[in-house]
Design a binder for this molecule. Sequence first.
Ligand code: NAD
Length: 273
Amino acid sequence: MSVRIGITGAAGRMGRMLAEVISEAERPCSLVVAIERAESSLLGADVGELLGDGASGVTITSDLASVASDIDVLIDFTVPEATLHHAALCAEHGLPLVIGTTGFSDAQIAQLRETTLDLPVCQASNFSPGVNLTFDLVKAAAEALGDSADIEIVEAHHRHKIDAPSGTALSLGEVIANALGRDLSQVAVYGREGRTGERTRETIGFSTIRAGDIVGDHTVVFAGEGERLEITHRASSRSAFAHGAVRAACWLTHQKAGRYSMQDVLRQEKNPL
Ligand code: NAD
């Protein structure tokens, strides 16, 4: 049976890519609902025409509540405040939710968890299979090198990105901190300026580049005496995130209530890349 998908943030960079990927998807799924904010000038527009593909019959609306019963799963790539609103509507309708939005505060994360306790939820700072493999590679490197290396995370994204460091950089930091028994909130250093003093070994540094149309680059540097190891992932198209999110959405419709990551999706399917 075809999975009926709804997307929020339909006119955004990821929303448009999701609509394109769903229309071309090999798995049985279809785009049924496309939601934008109430002030959007694109309300009423046909999603297919927006993509230059001709009419699709799916028009952009702002009222998720009135169409929630038409879909099997919602994919949200918007902003944290909107995600919280959409999560509450999903909870009301028992609708599985895929969350790609990043930049939540600790309080918003707690609220999101409480709101969605009874739902299947797949949340990932990055839905690309390559980045999820990078999490495993970085964990292995951190465990092998232990406290013998200084660890720094460098990320680069397009000029329109509104949160920093990226959710993916923070997830990489969490993976490393967990592998080394460190508390990221205690050891993270977000940028340096002025007379900083020498670096201490346990710190994990984050550097951010915002420029042009960079889709998303992440490098983790493990630097010791006389050598350094760098693990880099570069996304060249948002399609990697969109394909991953659609894959997660189809998978999620068969899951019980609970919190899932993209790694859960990939581990339970056969072909990780
Ligand atoms: P974008 O600004 O291009 O798109 C966001 C869209 O959400 C906009 O069209 C905006 O109008 C819409 N929106 C805002 N409030 C809304 C509301 N209340 N209801 C419906 N729509 C609303 O941003 P983007 O580049 O598409 O990224 C969106 C989010 O996804 C960001 O947080 C980004 O960091 C994250 N992201 C995650 C991944 C991942 O793999 N997890 C990948 C890329 C981007």
